[in-house]
Design a protein around this ligand. Sequence first.
Ligand code: NAP
Length: 300
Amino acid sequence: MLDIIIIGAGPAGLTAAIYARRAAKSVLVLEAMSYGGQIINTPDIENYPVAAHISGFDFATKVYEQAKSLGAEFKFEKALEIKDNGSSKIVVTPKNQYEAKAVIIATGSQNRKLGVENEDRLTGRGVSYCATCDGAFFRSKNVAVVGGGNTALEDALYLADIADKVYLIHRRDEFRGEASTLEKLKQRDNVELVTSSRVTKLIADKRLQSVEITDNSGNSTELEVSGLFVAVGRIPENQSFSSVLELDSAGYAIAAENCRTKTPGIFVAGDNRVKDVRQLVTATADGAVAATEAVKFLNN
Ligand code: NAP
């Protein structure tokens, strides 16, 4: 039986792997997609201590290599369920069942959709959830970003270097993203802030042609854009594990700063945990805490 299974190879899961391996525990990391999690889409990280500028991809690759070099095992399989048998936990994937004494759930979150008609059909045909992945397709075109958080602000800044024109559409007149990024955006000639407005219609033939936006007074206008980058937040990936977790009304796993959940031997780390500040630095901190607590649990 393994000591610890870590579900999710984002910053929280990878950091947990480093800490657990340094405590000489056997570690299997299960990841449904590829290592790195959400940070892999961030073009330039400026707020992580020591690394004044590093891309999310480079950051994730370095942490992944670090965890691997310390002896963490990785399998790219989606964890579907955790069965709690008390002193052992079974993690079920489509191919296998893995057994461990402790599990750290570091599954992060997935993109929230806008919920407008045709959004799914036009995904990959003008609608995107990842500016760094798809931005290059919109060189010298007009694009829009929706959202008012750090992701939307950073996406708009990134796209301002590529696209002819970037509209940043936000439903309120205040942004929740960092003021310094907003300042940088305001200095760009090709960025227009469209506040107190929502995207109400996607106008397309085979690909997106324009979006209808409606302001909070009910007035609608059309913006000609060939790309719409949706950055309206994330949904925590906890549903598969709800039998061993207590979730809040938004679906976040309830656990205190020690990352312990209601189930002994099951810990939660990173963006899928209830917390006030969801940043790279708090995700890695969670990974360290969850692994340290898991090691304490195993040693007791
Ligand atoms: P977020 O902070 O939750 O912001 C989501 C934004 O989308 C909010 O402005 C929200 O509007 C808006 N929104 C939500 N649902 C909407 C809907 N249905 N229609 C229109 N707008 C909608 O999400 P995020 O920007 O992805 O960031 C997630 C976390 O990662 C945050 O803690 C953020 O600070 C962090 N992050 C950090 C970095 C970094 O450290 N460099 C980079 C990216 C993200 P309201 O404001 O009106 O609620």
